[in-house]
Design a protein around this ligand. Sequence first.
Ligand SMILES: [Zn+2]
Length: 202
Amino acid sequence: MNLLRAIYPERVICVVCGRPSQGEFLCPKCTEELEKLRLEGEKEHASYRYEGVAKKLVHRLKFDNVTAAATVLARAMGLDAVKMHLSPETVVTWVTMPEKRRRIRGIDHGQVLARAVGLRLGLPVKRLLIRSEKHPLRTQRGSSKERRLRNLIGMFTAEENLPKDILLVDDVTTTGATMETCCGALRRAGVRVTHLTATKVD
Ligand SMILES: [Zn+2]
């Protein structure tokens, strides 16, 4: 058991609750709990309610740098349905994290999630959004969508030489203001953007 744990630690215990996981990243109980949070017929391309196991998975990825959580989210995001709408030339990208924050956290968790999604879809992953470092890192919790949209003006610009089709992936949507801003920055360059979020705050 100890040897197995040393070789495959993330497949021995559940990334959410730490209980034995029967060789999976997520134990059967957490898998069942996650399924209950699935959003059905969601027009905004969000997969789960940002609660319980889904929220914990995002936190493991975001604050504990557990990349296996991205694998679990990507696998659970209903990518087969999304893939039907994507051209084979699609490139996967993410909402770039502020450089200062990335240095503190060690990873850009959005990039890790995009990589997990790209791997599952068999599509390349590339940074396509440039984030202005001039904007203050203020927390936006609790502000209205209009206010958030105003705060985000000029925050993101698109890289040059964009691919024609882009899949923009994010971990959490609250008002959708960030996604809207990022999609706008890419679409202004005349490309087709599909967006997909792992979880959505109710
Ligand atoms: Zn579990």
